[in-house]
Design a binder for this molecule. Structure first.
Ligand code: AMP
Length: 443
């Protein structure tokens, strides 16, 4: 199949040709014709599969072919869970709107509210936004959605996981008319709240399941290394920085403070490193992402803040310094490399505190994970044994044998699980839960 088979407007086709893509990706092949026919869609597609273009092309086509329902209201609203992803979608959208009569704006939390009011007053055709801030403007009557023609929810599962159900419902209600088309994209369709939402928002949707979220990305080589403690992880990291042919690298840590600490250590060791964490204000975050995506730094250390959607074509390696807390984040993290057909390396460090997460990832990927070893850096840690379920046996009289069994000391392996990884203190882990929404989104 070719892009020319879609019957796109010639101006759109010339932009696609300019982008130099030889053929539509699988999600594009399915989603573009269905969306161009006016169907609502619920689509799953793995990260980096070209889904942005899968919704931007039908959106642009619709606007260039159909008359607007309203002169003032936005015609297309695209919602994403994170500011970074919104910016990336906006950049792709601008390639199509610049030089056209269509105005596109980006509305993100953390940026000046009054400036956004002025921008909204100019009656843009497209709004790309994070849901919290857009809902605030809507509540205050800075724009209306009676004329909205297309509502696009990118990474709907993530938006719902981040707690934006109310904001999404508000936006949906404000644009509740039968001419509206809705396209919902989600990493997985196997998500109860997404399905519930789909029922409420979508009208007889076509279901497109290209790749379940857990499908392995063939172009990404995954390696796992057992680690004893923080120092061991750092030694392994230094080894890979020396031995691997790294173009650009993203390192994921468990917490913001780990991100700060590790980037400081790496800079002290002479590696050009930047840290991206939710503590930074929006313009600092923008600046870091921009300089990293331009290749001005070799290493980016971050939490799951940068795990989704970001399209960074020169990232040859991803290192999970700590395994992710939420299993599906593993797929999103490693999807930062191996973008659009190029290959990538994903290296994961697995210490005692990462073990549970590793087992969950194993179940999620539906494959047995084996460990690689670096000569001279082999871990003593060999994994944790699954806990035996407690058998209630109150009636059993205490014999010499079972009293002795009770008195038996615990295995050392289990003891080391309770916090030898300095820098990953349990208290810090707990904080992550509280920080998470702040890390990933605006308010
Ligand atoms: P996305 O999944 O939308 O983040 O896209 C991932 C990457 O794939 C981006 O760099 C896109 O520019 C690129 N891309 C989108 N469509 C195609 C295509 N048909 N052929 C090759 N690359 C593409």
């Amino acid at each position: 199949m070719q892009f020319s088979d879609f019957g796109l407007d010639p101006r759109l086709m010339s932009t696609v040709e300019h982008l130099g893509f030889s053929a539509p990706t699988e999600i594009q092949q399915h989603a573009i014709p269905a969306a161009m026919k006016g169907h609502d869609l619920i689509a799953s597609s793995k990260t980096g599969s070209g889904k942005t273009l899968a919704f931007l092309l039908p959106a642009m086509q619709r606007l260039s072919k159909n008359r607007a329902l309203s002169k003032r209201d936005p015609r297309v609203v695209i919602l994403t869970p994170t500011r970074e992803l919104a910016k990336q979608v906006f950049t792709q959208l601008r390639m199509f709107t610049s030089g056209s009569q269509f105005k596109a704006v980006l509305i993100l939390g953390g940026e000046n509210f009054n400036d956004q009011v002025k921008v909204l007053e100019k009656d843009p055709h497209f709004i790309v936004a994070t849901p919290g801030r857009l809902a605030d403007h809507l509540k205050q009557g800075h724009f209306y959605l009676n004329g909205l023609e297309l509502l696009i929810l990118d990474e709907a599962d993530r938006m719902l996981d981040l707690g934006f159900a109310d904001e999404l419902s508000l936006i949906n209600k404000a644009a509740d008319h039968r001419k509206r088309q809705t396209l919902l994209f989600s990493a997985t369709l196997d998500h109860a709240q997404v399905n519930e939402f789909a029922l409420a928002l979508l009208n007889k949707p076509k279901r497109i399941a290209i790749d379940a979220g857990h499908t392995e990305h063939k172009d990404i080589k995954k390696r796992f290394y057992l680690c004893d403690h923080l120092d061991h992880k750092q030694q392994l990291l230094e080894h890979f920085l020396k031995e691997e042919n790294i173009q650009q690298l993203i390192i994921f840590t468990a917490t913001r403070s780990d991100t700060e600490r590790l980037s400081q250590v790496l800079n002290e060791l002479g590696h050009d490193t930047v840290a991206l964490s939710g503590e930074l204000n929006q313009s600092q975050r923008n600046q870091i992402m921009e300089s990293f995506s331009k290749g001005q730094h070799k290493i980016l250390v971050t939490t799951d803040l940068a795990s989704r959607g970001l399209d960074l074509v020169n990232v040859s390696h991803v290192i999970n310094f700590d395994m992710p807390k939420h299993t599906e984040e593993f797929v999103h993290r490693i999807g930062r490399t191996g973008r659009a057909g190029s290959s990538g390396d994903a290296i994961s460090f697995v210490g005692p505190k990462d073990w549970l997460s590793l087992k969950n990832v194993e179940g999620f990927l539906q494959q047995k994970i084996t460990f690689d070893i670096v000569d001279g850096l082999k871990a003593k840690f060999k994994g944790l044994k699954p806990k035996k379920p407690k058998v209630a046996n109150k009636a059993k009289p205490s014999t010499k044998k079972n009293v002795a069994a009770k008195a038996k000391p615990r295995k050392i392996v289990k003891k080391s699980f309770v916090g030898t990884d300095a820098g990953e203190m349990p208290v810090l882990r707990k904080k992550v839960g509280l920080q998470e929404r702040e890390d990933n989104e605006e308010t």
